[in-house]
Design a protein. Structure first.
Length: 173
């Protein structure tokens, strides 16, 4: 059985004509120059659903983007504050170690808490911009003297600053 292409299309047109689809399409097709294709098609009564969905998705994506930027900004600020705080702790610890070395000198001189401990300003890498202030107090119990060194380290970087304080107790040998 041979299939001729023109006879196939004639059968398809006959089927559609019998069902009325082709006639409806011919009736609704625009005829004039000013008649718009969309205004005359049988699908004219369908509302635009994709535009509100697209706007909704864009709004949700904008909100997620804004939340992500806010989260990254606060995370960056917290990380900077933590770094400056750690530097202040190490400045306080270094100041206490310097004061302890002055209190118990290697020359064998007796420990003297009345000596002044100037503010130490650090210039070494990692502690640059930090300083330490040390105060000393002594307490004698029996034949032993106990020294309390209080070191306050402070650092600042850009708009962030931190202060940490440590206390060190030592007994004279």
């Amino acid at each position: 059985m041979s299939c001729d292409l023109t006879s196939f299309f004639k059968r398809v047109v006959r089927v559609h004509t019998r069902q009325g689809a082709f006639a409806r399409l011919q009736r609704n097709w625009p005829t004039g120059r000013s008649a718009g294709l969309r205004a005359s098609l049988p699908f004219n009564n369908m509302g635009g659903f994709s535009l509100p969905v697209a706007v909704f998705i864009l709004v949700i994506m904008a909100l997620l983007g804004t939340a992500l930027v806010s989260l990254l900004q606060s995370s960056r600020t917290a990380l900077g504050q933590e770094a400056v705080s750690t530097r202040a702790f190490y400045a306080a610890e270094s100041g206490a170690q310097i004061a302890l070395a002055q209190l118990f000198s290697l020359s064998g001189a007796p420990a003297n808490c009345a000596a002044s401990y100037p503010t130490t300003t650090f210039t070494a890498s990692g502690l640059d911009g930090c300083n330490a202030l040390v105060t000393c107090s002594s307490t004698t119990l029996g034949s032993s003297t106990y020294y309390t060194l209080t070191s306050t380290g402070s650092c600042s970087f850009a708009n962030t600053s931190a202060t940490r304080q440590i206390e060190l107790m030592a007994k004279s040998p």
